[in-house]
Ligand binder design. Sequence first.
Ligand code: PHE
Length: 488
Amino acid sequence: MEVRDRWGSRTSFVLASIGSAIGLGNVWRFPYICYANGGGAFLIAWLVALFTAGIPLMILEFGLGHKMQGAASEAFYKVNKKFEWFGWMAILVGFFIVCYYAVIMSYCFNYGIHSFTLAWGENTAKFFEKTIGLTQSPFEMGGFKKYIFLGLLTSWIFIVLSVWKGVKTVGKVVYATVIIPWILIIVFIIRGVTLPGAVDGLIFYLKPEFAKLLKPGVWLAAYTQVFFSLSVGFGIMIAYSSFLPRKSDIVNNAFIISMANCATSFLAGFAIFGALGYYANLLGKPVADVVAAGPGLAFVTYPHIISNLPFWQPLFGVLFFLMLLTLGIDSAFSLVEAVAAGVRDKWKLSHLTTNLSVGAIALILGIPLTFGAGLLWLDIVDNFINKFGLSLICLGECILIGWVFGSGKIREYVNSLSEFSIGKWWDFFIRFITPIVLLFLIIMELKDRIISSYEGYPRLAEFLGGWLVIILLPIIGIILMLVKRRGK
Ligand code: PHE
């Protein structure tokens, strides 16, 4: 009988889960969302979202993966044969994400190298457009960008090597990929807050506007951020917990991982907003005019700030992109391991075969994104996968486990293992609060998408990059379910 992979230690498992949760989202998404949704007051909504939905879902995924000893597809198959496709759907959401996540890592590689010479010059926006060959519309394909492709290939080599022997390798790699970015975040917090003008940025970041808590949009932003940030809904946590030994704590681990992730988000805000305060002062503009999130922050605003630091600019440049790379890589390989584990569970293939094939397919799917229009497509896919794919998976988990399978079974199972127990409140969150919030999120988003296309992209591009991907999820899920399993 084939023996399941096991984590070398509890620390390896905790670090790997933290590594998956802590990613680019903590640095380039959280601080901005916080500022835009009420600053310090947003922290209240965010903590409520964490305790009423984020942590309960993480406990659900850990409990399910551990009880069923299988990746998402296998775990749902064991819940009920008819649900296997749903597990595949969660895995597919993760798979599509890693296809473009690796492209962003490639940008980071390129920028890490550009840092040595501060190659972006004064007009960082123009430089970024040139680097990726950005075009005006998704249908204007643009040229193939060799260096972006080489960066993508490099990313994939690192990702595949990190999951080489499954969690045995992951458990070792995460010591570096979690601790290095933590150290670098501390470096950038110190650098950020000691710059002249930093205080203006920090005030901006955290000045509470309690009135905003009355707006539903602020609460939705809090819940979305929590789901995305904790990496629940991609099958990752299900796969990771399935490699835990039989006697393992669940509840305590879920709390530790969630808290570490949130603390990192909160602190990263100091690094980002400290630097933005300095930058605003330098340009003589209000902070509100210089704030940015996402790729714009990392590849346009921040390089400009780096060039204007008082000393050691190239060093800070290299360290900044190394920070992004080390933040991203453990999120990326967690996604790959979630896919590979599902494939191994069903068809009993070796690590070598699964890792190389998952890596190769994802690399190929990423190639179109290395063309000029790549970032535009990336943006569309990212929006739809996260707003619809992820919410649908989390909603499905709440319904299938909360109502069909019975949340009580997972609660009792988890309590029999954990240092401290969860009460009936957990069932209440899983069966009512989380699904209601998710349903609300999906409906609000649907309404927006009916009124206008995402970011004004042509409807056809929105369909191909967005809706089609969402429609393909259950279809491919069902196909994978129907393929005959191998072995026992
Ligand atoms: N949680 C990661 C972040 O905050 C993002 C991520 C999403 C990672 C999905 C893996 C899977 O950046």
